[in-house]
Design a protein around this ligand. Structure first.
Ligand code: PEP
Ligand code: MG
Length: 579
């Protein structure tokens, strides 16, 4: 009998495949005291487990497909090296002998000691290394407990074309899973605006979040259908259901092909207003598709993904090389590099989370960078150096007061002077823009606009912070409302402030890539949209059938509406009528 579990569809498309349940979470370890004659056996059992964990990593390393990003392989190599480290191998052996305890317990004691050292570190970036150590220790524990490591580091063959089911996935794990060829994923928790969901859309992997209890109802190896459009997961489908979804899969492919035909058409409204459509990218490899698309450039490059799945942050030269490769692929189109936006759901520091209940309000994005200059400076240098070779723009995330902006601008000046002394080339007039994604920044957008070359509205965070709802919490997703009058007014204020200062205002949050809001945004005065490349043609289709001169008065009137419930109906009629 088939079973349908509802969730929130966050990435379009239908996937049909075998369920692969990720078994994770902390492993419970019990202490036992061993008689002296069993101690050496236990030591051997431990060393064998380390050897097995090594072999698993080696076999995964061998199966990485050619062309995979070098840092993914390097990440696995680093875990492999940790398995040779005395801290993880020799000390537990000594503990087994000294305490006469079981291998699992010795390993747990050593883990507690190592984690404590990491937790005491001041550097938030270094503290993230704790997770790596934990991951490696868990891989030994799992082999000791004879459970197979099924995580994102798991068996690549098993994951190929699988539909992964998990409580939750971090963006870093999602990148690794995509490299292992999964067909789709569903998580019990998480919201549609989480970075994991954004990544799924950009990688075109069908995905669902907020499908509670999925692990209670769906078993490993069972055939499942994941419908990322309707947000439903169907286990044990009968032949008719399978047939229906296979047809829907074909229709979806056809829809993409049809929209692809618009690629060479410019985005111009019926009353001849040209609109700039840019793409958002997460990973340097996304640029391949974007460079072949009709995007006028990249309006948001989320560089934090370069910092994930690795032990050390990328250094200045590595970042410079990556930025150069993206500039080259864009062939003269502008590239907006956003400085590191680590933190919140793009985990920088899970060790700190115990004492940090609101990571989205914590040390994130520009706050983290200004605190950790050793992390920030190499990126500023790399961006400036890259700016000598193409139309680069630099964008600062999560500004909440102009003091932060002045700090950044003075660091940029310092960096320029240092590069000049070292005879490095850079564009002296590199445009610097700010993201408006904190309500305080929207309300004072004019103050930011005075010192910046452009603004870009990050609606994912702007809505989260304006409406006080966690964008990754599926329980409050129903309150995540881009049409809330407060949100619309904050957007309007930002656009007006940019206009008054004579600088461009773009939007790069998910709202910009949702065709339901295109006409509304045109009517609000938005002329630059940046979105994941899969949405470009659909949004363009709406622009090319809209008359901005007619939309503007209707939207101005809609903004006077103080009754939130009435706005969606007005937006529907904007979309239906021939405007
Ligand atoms: C946003 O907040 O709208 C945005 C584009 O940034 P991110 O989604 O990476 O937080
Ligand atoms: Mg943001």
């Amino acid at each position: 009998m088939s079973l349908a579990l509802p969730g929130i569809g966050v990435s379009r498309g239908i996937a049909i495949g075998k369920a692969h349940v990720l078994q994770r979470g902390s492993i419970e370890v019990l202490e036992s005291v061993l008689p002296p004659h069993l101690i050496e056996n236990e030591v051997n059992r431990f060393l064998q487990a380390v050897q097995n964990a090594r072999q698993q990593l080696e076999s995964l390393r061998e199966r990485i497909p050619p062309g995979t990003r070098a840092d993914i392989a390097a990440f696995i190599d680093t875990h492999r090296l940790m398995l040779d480290d005395a801290t993880l191998v020799t000390t537990p052996v000594e503990l087994i002998r000294e305490l006469g305890c079981n291998a699992e317990w010795a390993l747990k004691l050593q883990r507690d000691a190592v984690v404590e050292v990491f937790d005491r570190m001041d550097d938030p970036y270094l503290r993230t290394r704790r997770d790596e150590v934990d991951h490696v220790i868990n891989s030994i524990l799992r082999t000791l407990l004879e459970t197979v490591e099924n995580e994102s580091h798991g068996d690549a063959d098993v994951l190929d074309q699988a539909i992964v089911l998990a409580d939750n996935l971090t963006p870093a794990e999602t990148v690794l899973l995509e490299h292992q060829g999964i067909a789709g994923f569903a998580t019990a928790y998480g919201g549609p605006l989480s970075h994991t969901a954004i990544l799924a859309r950009s990688m075109q992997i069908p995905a669902i979040v907020g499908a509670y209890s999925l692990q209670d109802y769906i078993h490993d190896g069972e055939t499942v259908i994941l419908d990322g459009v309707q947000g439903v997961l169907i286990a044990g489908p009968d032949a008719n259901t399978l047939q229906h979804y296979r047809e829907r899969q074909q229709q979806e492919q056809q829809r993409r092909l049809d929209l692809g035909r618009l690629a060479d058409t410019p985005a111009v409204s019926r009353d001849a207003v040209p609109i700039t459509l840019m793409a958002n990218i997460e990973l340097p490899e996304d640029i391949k598709v974007v460079s072949q698309s009709s995007a006028s450039g990249v309006g948001l490059y989320r560089t934090e993904f370069l910092f994930m799945n690795r032990i050390e942050p990328p250094g200045e030269d590595e970042q410079y090389e990556v930025y150069m490769s993206v500039i080259e692929a864009l062939g003269g189109r502008p590239l907006t590099i956003r400085t590191l936006d680590m933190g919140a759901d793009k985990e920088i520091d899970s060790g700190r989370k115990a004492g940090c209940n609101n990571p989205a309000l914590g040390l994130r994005a520009i706050r983290l960078c200004l605190k950790d200059l050793a992390l920030f400076r190499p990126q500023l240098r790399a961006i400036l150096r890259a700016s000598a070779h193409g139309p680069v723009r630099m964008m600062i995330p999560m500004l909440s007061n102009t003091h932060e902006l002045h700090q950044v601008l003075s660091l940029v000046n310092e960096t320029r002077n240092a590069l000049q002394r070292e005879s490095h080339a850079f564009a002296p007039d590199l445009p610097i823009g700010g993201m408006i994604e904190v309500p305080a920044a929207a309300l004072t957008a004019a103050d930011f606009a005075r010192h910046l070359d452009f603004l870009s509205i990050g609606t994912n965070d702007l809505i989260q912070y304006a409406l006080a709802i966690d964008r990754v919490d599926e329980e409050v997703t129903y309150l995540y409302d881009p049409l809330h009058p407060a949100v619309l007014r904050l957007i309007r204020m930002t656009i007006d402030a940019g206009r008054a200062a004579g600088i461009p205002v773009a939007m790069c949050g998910e709202m910009a890539g949702d065709p339901r809001y295109t006409r509304l945004l045109l009517g609000l005065g938005l002329r630059e949209f940046s979105m994941h490349h899969t949405a470009l043609q659909e949004v363009k289709n709406v622009i090319n059938t809209s008359t901005i001169g007619k939309l503007e008065p209707l939207v101005a009137e809609l903004l006077n509406n103080t009754e939130p419930g009435r706005i969606p109906g007005r937006v529907d009629s904007l979309n239906q009528d021939l405007h």
